[in-house]
Design a protein around this ligand. Structure first.
Ligand SMILES: *[C@@H]1O[C@H](CO)[C@@H](O)[C@H](O)[C@H]1NC(C)=O
Ligand SMILES: *[C@@H]1O[C@H](CO)[C@@H](O)[C@H](O)[C@H]1NC(C)=O
Ligand SMILES: *[C@@H]1O[C@H](CO)[C@@H](O)[C@H](O)[C@H]1NC(C)=O
Ligand SMILES: *[C@@H]1O[C@H](CO)[C@@H](O)[C@H](O)[C@H]1NC(C)=O
Ligand SMILES: *[C@@H]1O[C@H](CO)[C@@H](O)[C@H](O)[C@H]1NC(C)=O
Ligand SMILES: *[C@@H]1O[C@H](CO)[C@@H](O)[C@H](O)[C@H]1NC(C)=O
Ligand SMILES: *[C@@H]1O[C@H](CO)[C@@H](O)[C@H](O)[C@H]1NC(C)=O
Ligand SMILES: *[C@@H]1O[C@H](CO)[C@@H](O)[C@H](O)[C@H]1NC(C)=O
Ligand SMILES: *[C@@H]1O[C@H](CO)[C@@H](O)[C@H](O)[C@H]1NC(C)=O
Ligand SMILES: *[C@@H]1O[C@H](CO)[C@@H](O)[C@H](O)[C@H]1NC(C)=O
Ligand SMILES: CC(=O)N[C@H]1CO[C@H](CO)[C@@H](O)[C@@H]1O
Length: 554
């Protein structure tokens, strides 16, 4: 269907504070004639031959691999977060000229990642740099795609449709802060990585090459290329490719790594998309209690802002709490996709804090310790990590995937570098399955007010390009010398309170065999069948340690 063209060209630029008549805004999605590349075009490599055809590349001597994690005195933290080039993020509504709030740190899973401090989780002196006296033998990385468009059917598109409907009514006008809506149109696609998102995964690849490139020498010695895994959704494939492009270079990534694409589809079992087979995942009284409680919180959180905004509309439209969330999401998504959003300036610092808490509730109770299915959904990766740690394949259909088999071709057990791409929900499910409770320290989140008594913050653990890193180390100065530790977005996670037998250690180290034994116990205590299929009832307000309550009716 051909949609009416942008009305903006017909409208004079909105004048601040003056009420604006609004012409019908029916543009709520792009048509193929609006999008790049032009139809029926392709690169002509006969006319524009590539480097191997043209030749004359000049000298091509490469250097040795970097190993910043091992050799540098300082660690390259990502401190800018998202207020970074090339995004524009304004100060919150009502803030004075000295305000320096980074609003992008209050966007839950829509925040761009930034480095976390080990101190926030209980290790004030830890660094991701390899501790003195140790060397690294393996790195295992589980990372999320970068910034994407909204998922299909998410709130922003519904908001755009509602606004477009309202503008058709007689006498509809917006004024003051909302004047921009008179020529605003919905420009977002769905599901795909945005340009900024691509850069996040590319940069993560660059960073991991700098930090751990030396481990590639292990592949050289073995005479084998690495297998890096992802899922079949377009953004997941592009995520792995951008990561690999950053890690290996363009176009080298095309022939220096095998990228394994696991099918993500309902009914297909794989560690990267466990909700596709965990039937309780989307049941309101089980796997999605977080969604319910977050929506309930949002119903009360934005009243004064809604009153302020509604006073600047005349005509047949009233913004609801759902619209407040939709507009906050538009702030996040437009910034992540387009680089700037006029919606951001409508909201106060308090609004952004409430927006974050809305996500905290949603993730803590859907995919964290407050969820009855989180550990079950993270069990696949937990088993795969343990398989890689122990170089032993898990029992058939207990982990891995249904797309590829458990052979060295598709699930090698002898790599020095592993890199799997997945979704934020799965990263959080996995952290829960690993029992990394230092990330959720404190009482279960209060469902009506943010009491700040739990250190769980969604934007810290599930932002765009979030990553969970495991370092396997050889430390001749320690007994035993083989050690392991876990790092989330550059924060080293302490394990001494959560993993019996792991000593209190300022660098978060635990003897490798001790950790593997605890993780095997954790695998045994997570009952995938019960948690994902039994008829129990869960409720928000409880820390289940990610496992279902045993109250099922037969
Ligand atoms: C827009 O109006 C149409 C027709 O009245 C209605 O079916 C639809 O639900 C409305 N959409 C929204 C998002 O309000
Ligand atoms: C206002 O909107 C409602 C719901 O979308 C619709 O039923 C009603 O007819 C509209 N009223 C006017 C005056 O446009
Ligand atoms: C490669 O790394 C693995 C895992 O750390 C190790 O077992 C193996 O000895 C290494 N091989 C070579 C040739 O360096
Ligand atoms: C899970 O749901 C699928 C699709 O509805 C169904 O085919 C399957 O039997 C269910 N599994 C269990 C164990 O209930
Ligand atoms: C916010 O407004 C809703 C109605 O939309 C009302 O039920 C609720 O009590 C209000 N909450 C607060 C904290 O004022
Ligand atoms: C899917 O994987 C989980 C573990 O990740 C396993 O427990 C389960 O039996 C597998 N099969 C099905 C059909 O769910
Ligand atoms: C490691 O895996 C690769 C790829 O499957 C294989 O070629 C190689 O022989 C393996 N090396 C060892 C020491 O098992
Ligand atoms: C949650 O916070 C509210 C308001 O501060 C308080 O009344 C309530 O007791 C708290 N609930 C729990 C379980 O702590
Ligand atoms: C998980 O951690 C908690 C402490 O936070 C501990 O009580 C529990 O025993 C741990 N579970 C396992 C299987 O280690
Ligand atoms: C699940 O249990 C509830 C009561 O807790 C019951 O109403 C419902 O019928 C049961 N559903 C199935 C499929 O057994
Ligand atoms: C270990 C495991 O579960 N492997 C399975 C992966 O998927 C293939 C195809 O469905 C199965 O045959 C394997 O058993």
């Amino acid at each position: 269907m051909k949609l009416t063209p942008l009305v903006s060209v017909l409208l004079a630029k909105a004048i601040e504070a003056a009420p604006q008549p609004v012409t019908a805004l029916s543009n709520v999605g792009a048509t193929t004639s609006d999008v790049y590349p032009p139809a029926a075009t392709s690169v002509n490599s006969a006319q524009f031959p590539p480097e191997p055809v043209v030749q004359f590349p000049g000298p091509t001597q490469t250097g040795l691999e970097p190993a910043v994690a091992q050799t540098a005195p300082l660690y390259p933290y990502n401190t800018q977060g998202a207020a970074a080039f090339p995004l524009v993020a304004p100060q919150p509504q009502g803030s004075d000229s000295s305000s320096k709030v980074d609003i992008t740190r209050y966007w839950g899973n829509l925040s761009p990642w930034y480095s976390l401090s080990s101190a926030d989780y209980g290790l004030p002196n830890a660094s991701p740099l390899i501790p003195a006296g140790c060397s690294i033998s393996q790195v295992h990385l589980l990372y999320r795609h970068g910034a994407r468009y909204p998922t299909s059917g998410a709130a922003p598109a519904t908001f755009a449709a509602k606004l477009a409907n309202a503008t058709k009514g007689a006498g509809f006008q917006v004024s003051g802060e909302l004047a921009f809506l008179s020529d605003w149109t919905y420009k977002l696609g769905a599901e795909l990585l945005t340009p900024f998102g691509r850069s996040q995964n590319f940069l993560l690849g660059v960073a991991y090459r700098q930090l751990y490139g030396e481990l590639l020498n292990n592949f050289t010695a073995q005479g084998a290329l690495p297998v890096f895994r992802t899922e079949s959704q377009d953004r997941m494939v592009k995520t792995a490719e951008n990561f690999a492009a950053g890690f290996f270079g363009v176009p080298e990534y095309l022939n220096q790594v095998n990228i394994e694409i696991l099918v993500e589809n309902p009914g297909v079992n794989n560690s990267g998309a466990p909700y596709e087979v965990c039937n309780n995942s989307n049941i309101a009284s089980r796997g999605s209690i977080g969604t319910t409680v977050a929506n309930k919180f949002a119903n009360n959180a934005f009243n004064s802002t809604l009153a302020r905004l509604n006073s600047q509309i005349s005509g047949n439209l009233t913004f609801t709490p759902t619209d407040a969330i939709a507009m906050l999401q538009l702030c996040s998504y437009e910034t992540d996709a387009l680089g700037y959003s006029a919606f951001c300036g409508l909201f106060t610092q308090q609004d952004f804090q409430n927006y974050e808490y809305y996500y905290d509730l949603s993730f803590y109770y859907n995919n964290g310790p407050g969820s009855p299915v989180a550990a079950a959904q993270g069990k696949g990766y937990l088993e795969e990590f343990v398989a890689r740690f122990t170089q032993t394949y898990p029992a058939a259909l207990s982990a891995l995937n249904e797309t590829f088999d458990d052979t060295p071709t598709y699930f090698p057990l002898n790599q020095s570098i592993y890199a799997d791409a997945t979704h934020e929900v799965v990263v959080l499910d996995t952290l829960t399955a690993f029992n990394l409770t230092a990330l959720f320290n404190g009482p279960a989140l209060n469902t009506s007010t943010n009491q700040g008594r739990n250190n769980f913050v969604a934007s810290k653990l599930v932002p765009f390009a979030t990553h969970f890193t495991t370092q396997v180390l050889e430390c001749p100065i320690l007994i035993p010398s083989k050690q392991i530790r876990f790092i989330v977005n550059d924060a080293v996670v302490p394990v001494s309170d959560s993993h019996p037998g792991c000593p209190v250690d300022p660098n978060g180290l635990c003897p490798f065999d001790t950790m593997v034994n605890v993780l095997k116990q954790r695998i045994n205590e997570i009952d995938f069948r019960y948690d994902c299929f039994a008829n129990y009832t869960a409720s928000a307000g409880v820390n289940y340690n990610g496992r279902a309550p045993r109250n099922a009716t037969p």
